[in-house]
Design a protein around this ligand. Structure first.
Ligand SMILES: N[C@@H](CCC(=O)N[C@@H](CS)C(=O)NCC(=O)O)C(=O)O
Length: 267
């Protein structure tokens, strides 16, 4: 039995769910970022991050490693293209989604999270830097797509599944892609939304959002934010280290630890 330590809204778990669905693999999900599941999550991943895959007791951590494992274990239908270079390109696009696209979306979206309901304002310059970089990185994906339907050709591959969750969170952030600058990416987005597995996952995200947040009582952390390295890197590259230091002093920032769970940095 395959069990996914999941969270309905995480872009990394959404990528893995799309790959599982594409391959037609049945799996059980647990919402492992809910507070009551924290100890179970730390047991399989000391960093307390999702996604984690448990395949009959064999545990795989980190979305890219999970996708690679699933591809080896269930090769057909494939999510990597054939040919060493095409695979390297697809993985590089996946990595760009996981490290850069995710970081920007994460860092600018904090004030829109239904979990934290922050009443302060974003630090000066953050949203402008985010809009600028998101538009630029989207342009990069637009040209990587070229005239193809999907990033690796005529069928969706790992790069498509990695990008879609990030792209689908832009509109709620008020970041709009440009009809000219990102024309091919916009067409790709519409194409992705027509895939039955993508539609089904979007429906499940919407349903879960309603279930988790409609009552005003949700099962998640509501104050602290876990700052993984890539997300800090983008913030610091934009000169926002003082703002983050204040977050740290106020006990609102924690970092993942390989020893177990997320905690305040020592020092
Ligand atoms: N590089 C990891 C990133 C995973 C990650 O950042 N997961 C976030 C959710 S999007 C998480 O579990 N954060 C812990 C928390 O918010 O408590 C992957 O690709 O799996």
């Amino acid at each position: 039995m395959i069990r996914l330590y999941d969270n309905p809204f995480s872009p990394f778990t959404r990528k893995v769910r799309l790959v599982l669905a594409h391959k037609g693999i049945e799996f059980e999900r647990i919402d492992a970022l809910a507070k009551h599941a924290h100890d179970a999550l730390v047991r399989v991943n000391p960093r307390a991050e999702v996604p984690v895959l448990d395949d009959d007791g064999f545990v795989v951590v980190e979305s890219a490693c999970i996708v690679a494992y699933l591809e080896d274990r269930f090769p057909i239908p494939a999510v990597y293209p054939s040919g060493a270079r095409a695979r390297a390109v697809a993985r590089a696009l996946e990595r760009l989604c996981d490290t850069v696209f995710d970081s920007i979306v994460h860092d600018v979206s904090i004030w829109t999270w239904p979990t934290h309901r922050r009443e302060d304002a974003p630090p000066a310059g953050l949203l402008d830097a985010g809009r600028r970089d998101l538009s630029e990185i989207a342009e990069r994906f637009d040209s990587a797509l070229g005239e193809s339907d999907f990033f690796c050709g005529s069928a969706p591959c790992v790069a498509d599944f990695a990008l879609f969750p990030h792209l689908s969170s832009l509109k709620p952030l008020g970041v709009l892609l440009d009809e000219q600058r990102h024309a091919r990416l916009l067409a790709w987005n519409r194409r992705m939304r027509e895939l039955p597995i993508v539609r089904a996952d979007l429906e499940s995200v919407k349903r879960m959002a309603f279930e988790r947040f409609a009552t005003g009582r949700h099962p998640y952390e509501a104050t602290k934010i876990v700052w993984r390295g890539d997300r800090l890197e983008w913030l610091f590259a934009n000169g926002l280290h003082d703002w983050w230091a204040e977050e740290l002093r106020s006990g609102r920032a924690v970092v993942p630890s390989w020893r177990g769970g997320a905690s305040r940095p020592r020092g």
